[in-house]
Design a protein around this ligand. Structure first.
Ligand SMILES: [Zn+2]
Length: 318
């Protein structure tokens, strides 16, 4: 706790110092975010160590059982529910202009959001993680980057004019990963931005509010049963109305790995399991029910034994 406080203090004073230098103001990517979130983007060795420590207990490690530099996305077993921690985010671009929504478009599914950027605009990693793919696809994404984040999400950045990272590189939220462009099947420079969980494309508007340059909330709880409905709602709330201006041409889906869900036979025996807290349940009653100790549950969920849990909360139990 003490360390956290010190870091917070340090980060805060660093922000103030940076803000006091007007010449650097232009390049302050997190400028648009609330100050508490901004602190997280500030460079410091202590924060770096914290992030490294977090990555050891990364939810991504439990969600994915392979790592390759070949497929932008390959559907794997999707958990019924999964909580994505959005707190360490950085907006990939300072642009607030959406040009195309996620979802059905021209008889196909558009798997991402299109955001207006100009050639040369800095594109930044949305969260900390590790770069999985840096490739060129003339008939699709153009110059693109795929990052697997420690929070379990994967993000894809397409149509860039230049990639600034290499495969296997660890990046932090806010690190420049490329420059805006118009490569691949694209009309007009823009960023094609995808958010995926286990290879399945989720509407980025479920998590990111580009118009307000913020995340929608601290966490996004993915639920298999409701995410399609929520996706449509997110477009209604945060999408763009009318016709697409600059966007992708029809990206041929066959150029990517099949998006068919993996067969249930392939479900890993140790797939992450979650418990939805029912009314009246306590940590000890859940522990009994799941055959484990309270401290084990606490450790998995980064909570304390005296943390109050509420009905509807999702807890990991393996
Ligand atoms: Zn697109």
């Amino acid at each position: 706790m003490l360390t956290k406080k010190v870091i917070k203090k340090f980060a805060f004073s660093t922000v103030l110092t940076i803000l006091a230098v007007p010449a650097m103001g232009q390049d302050l990517l997190a400028k648009q975010a609330p100050i508490d979130r901004k602190m997280k983007a500030v460079d410091s060795m202590a924060l770096h160590r914290l992030i490294q420590a977090e990555s050891y207990e990364s939810p991504a490690a439990d969600l994915y059982n392979d790592w390759n530099n070949r497929y932008a996305h390959k559907a794997s077993v999707l958990p019924d529910t999964f909580r994505i921690d959005l707190r360490g985010f950085c907006m990939p671009t300072t642009s607030r202009v959406l040009t195309s929504n996620f979802g059905a478009r021209w008889g196909r599914q558009h798997k991402g959001l299109d955001i207006k950027v100009y050639i040369g605009d800095t594109i930044r990693a949305a969260f900390s993680g590790k770069v999985r793919i840096v490739r060129y696809e003339g008939k699709g994404y153009g110059k693109y980057v795929v990052i697997r984040h420690y929070n379990g999400l994967e993000t894809i950045y397409g149509h860039m004019s230049k990639q600034l990272v290499t495969e296997e590189q660890e990046v932090r939220a806010g690190n420049p990963i490329g420059l805006g462009g118009n490569t691949g099947r694209s009309t007009g420079s823009h960023l094609h931005f995808e958010t995926r969980l286990c290879g399945i494309a989720l509407n980025p508007a479920l998590m990111f509010d580009f118009k307000n340059q913020d995340v929608v909330s601290d966490f996004y709880v993915f639920r298999k049963s409701t995410y399609n409905h929520e996706s449509a709602e997110a477009t209604r709330l945060r999408g763009v109305g009318g016709k697409a201006v600059n966007g992708d041409l029809d990206i041929p889906q066959q150029s990517y790995a099949s998006a068919q869900p993996a067969s249930s036979k392939k479900v890993r025996a140790h797939a992450t399991r979650f418990h939805k807290v029912a009314k009246g349940e306590t940590l000890s009653s859940i522990a009994r029910k799941r055959g484990m100790t309270v401290s084990a549950i606490c450790k998995l969920n980064h909570i304390k034994a005296n943390t109050r849990i509420r009905a509807g909360q999702i807890l990991r139990y393996n």
